[in-house]
Design a protein around this ligand. Sequence first.
Ligand code: GLU
Length: 419
Amino acid sequence: MSETLNPFKMAQQQLSTAAELMNLDEDIHAVLREPMREFHVSIPVRMDDGTMKVFKGFRVQYNDARGPAKGGIRFHPGETVDTVRALSAWMTWKCAVVNIPLGGGKGGVICDPKEMTQSELERLSRGYIQAIGRYIGPEIDVPAPDVYTNPQIMAWMADEFAKIRGYYAPGVITGKPIAIGGSEGRGDATARGARYTIREAARHIGLDLNGATVAVQGFGNAGSNAARLMAEDGCKVVGISDIGGAFHDENGIDVAKAIEYVAENGTLAGFDTVSDCEELTPAEKVLELDVDILIPAALEGQITEKNVHNIKARMVAECANGPTTPAADKVLTEKGIFVIPDFLCNAGGVTVSYFEQVQGNMNFYWAAEEVDERLGHIMKKAFWSVVETAEKYNVNNRTGAYVVAVGRVAEAMKLRGWV
Ligand code: GLU
């Protein structure tokens, strides 16, 4: 039977595997299988041509046993409530695996930001906060950027929340521009955190990063910064892709040039006309390149039972959330590929979001070096706790990460007397 690609089913399946292995209390498992709370909203937006469009949005608060719900907001045409549920579950495990005092949540709006003007996006962002404003807040649920949302959108949202509250409360949202209470280092924190885990993993499997080849799927915030940072570490980035296509150059892609190209043109489409790259079709071929390190940094459900057999990388560093389906995951394990699972690998973003909250609360802001040093400390510690747990239970790193994270959430639930 072909596996289901429903991301929430995927998340539940991953949880069940860990629950069985760690003998998780059945009542706790039952609670952890479902989100605690979710909001479905309609957002009317006046478009620039005078017509009104009603967008659908969601905010899911999956579990807040360890602290306020935390997680990004995605603007995506393919958004579904099940995707948001899955992402909110993964946020719960993400905050727990790096041991920051936050729960998990996620938001999403079904829209195509690439087809919208800045003023339409601003009205949509403000409309979303008007719709969910009473259910979020610094002590309740703290949103942040995710796919197709950015610091400017966070600024509009924080401002709209200020109108509702009557005062500016920077702690309601993270990933804000630095001028209004953002943190140094938040912009590329996801990729920076991933790099810390990749460095540790490379040491662990005896891979020299100097000259190691890398392919990156997705060239948004996580993917483009990951490509840049890996090139900085001496790696050769031979494949990149985004919605505009996939590009390959075995001599190494000029990552800075690709970043500039996307800033000017919106996507990578046509990048082969200004560089020595060849275009790969279909674009998913970027996942199958013969490289040392594969970095999926796009959407969920990309490495599946259909293409997993063609994956040649020695290491898969999951910068995206949920890029690998459970069936494909088994094959990666059988093939002996070292996987840094998503909610460990990409936890740098939320970790610096947490620093942003801490700095905002103190109203005292750290230098970029301090942020990065603290981030490195947390990421390395989390990496080794996952690897050691996986080795102890003789399971793959994903299940190891679940055992660490679910154990912490379960402990909080027990201590609070929830079960
Ligand atoms: N959207 C990011 C993630 O998936 C960051 C979330 C946050 O900072 O709250 O981890």
